[in-house]
Design a protein around this ligand. Structure first.
Ligand code: NDP
Length: 331
């Protein structure tokens, strides 16, 4: 498949260029708002073409684009590609607002192009093993979940994430969307109401860098999530608790194929064997297969829209100081 990169980003440099090439993809060009940055990026990553103009990249007729620009640019970039029949793998959060994300889903449907959201965690062997254990009834009826996703944002990623609300900065749009998607993957449902608080711990007061929420699901499951950019020593993980047992994923909220999963029952703890693989390779593989098979990707635009809806509800709850019903209207 021939790919165009939209955004000369860190995530593409660290993970996605490799993932595209590992799946047999050819990267034909990159579009960046900065000519000098785009040219240097293309040189560093052996990409034959760089441009500041999105339309010029699309004129090269890629089969697909990978959008990893800042969040407020995603919608317009996706629409330009979809209208030309070009498939889109887009970074999360899909957009700044729900109307934007819904319009993105619609334009892809109207033009019969595949649209995937790059929620990477569901491609981890750890989370796949947890989902299989839940489906096999190993923990009985699921009752609650806890997500610990409080980390220290490394200096090279601080930029717009800590000082630019207009570009989609803040820990909720950055990390809460991932927590929503992985819980949806594990539980098979999305929360109907949320209550949350956010704070500014380390990076000034332009956007929140700390959030805690409680989510209630249609089945009655309660989930607690903690996201942070300002928590250097916590470690990370996820727990799913059921009537017959608990699943504990340690160090599994990662881009790396790392971490351990334990099944705890009756005071005993047994480790579930994992065969780790690269999360981003697996996500791109599903997208490529979806294009070839003319089917929806496993994590499609609707999934990305729902995770955005939850993140926006978390922000609204924190701002209003009260419980909020998640708005899935039209999703
Ligand atoms: P970056 O800050 O690295 O890149 C975002 C944009 O910033 C680039 O597209 C580029 O703009 C501009 N930029 C970056 N470096 C330079 C530079 N040296 N000079 C000029 N401009 C520069 O962001 P990330 O890679 O961290 O995030 C990009 C997207 O990916 C976001 O939507 C984020 O939420 C998502 N993401 C997803 C992850 C996942 O695991 N799914 C992990 C990390 C991020 P231009 O577009 O003009 O080239």
């Amino acid at each position: 498949m021939r790919w165009g990169l939209v955004g000369a980003s860190t995530i593409a440099a660290e993970w996605m260029i490799d993932a595209i090439r590992a799946n047999g993809g050819e990267i034909i060009g990159v579009q960046s708002g900065s000519a000098s940055h785009g040219q240097e990026y293309a040189r560093q990553h052996n990409i034959p073409y760089s441009t500041t103009e999105l339309e010029a990249l699309l004129d090269q007729q890629p089969d697909a684009i990978y959008i990893s620009s800042v969040n407020d640019k995603h919608r317009a970039q996706l629409e330009a590609a979809a209208k030309r029949g070009i498939h889109v793998l887009c970074e999360k959060p899909l957009a700044m607002g729900l109307d934007d994300a819904k319009a993105m889903v619609q334009v892809c449907a109207d033009n019969n192009v595949r649209f995937a959201t790059n929620h990477h965690l569901r491609w981890a062997a750890s989370h796949q093993a947890m989902r299989a254990a839940i489906a096999a009834g190993e923990i009985g009826e699921v009752r609650s979940a806890r997500v610990f996703h409080a980390v220290f944002l490394p200096p090279h990623l601080q930029g717009w994430r800590i000082d630019n609300p207009a570009a989609g900065g803040g820990v909720v749009l950055d990390i809460t969307v991932h927590n929503c998607d992985i819980l949806a993957y594990l539980l098979g449902e999305y929360p109907q109401e949320v209550v949350s608080m956010t704070d500014h711990k380390l990076f000034g007061d332009k956007v929140e860098d700390e959030a805690m929420s409680v989510w209630r699901y249609p089945s009655g499951v309660l989930a607690y999530t903690h996201e942070s950019f300002a928590t250097p020593h916590a470690g990370h993980g996820i727990e799913i608790h059921g009537s017959e047992g608990s699943l504990v994923g340690e160090s599994v909220m990662s881009q790396q194929p790392v971490g351990r999963v334990y099944l705890q029952r009756n005071g005993k703890r047994e480790e579930i064997e994992l065969n780790p693989h690269n999360l981003y390779h697996a996500g791109v593989a599903d997208f490529v297969a979806a294009v070839k098979e003319s089917r929806e990707p496993a994590c499609d635009g609707i999934a990305g829209t729902r995770s955005l809806a939850v993140a926006l509800a978390v922000l609204e709850s924190a701002a209003k100081g009260k419980k909020v019903t998640v708005d899935y209207a039209g999703v």
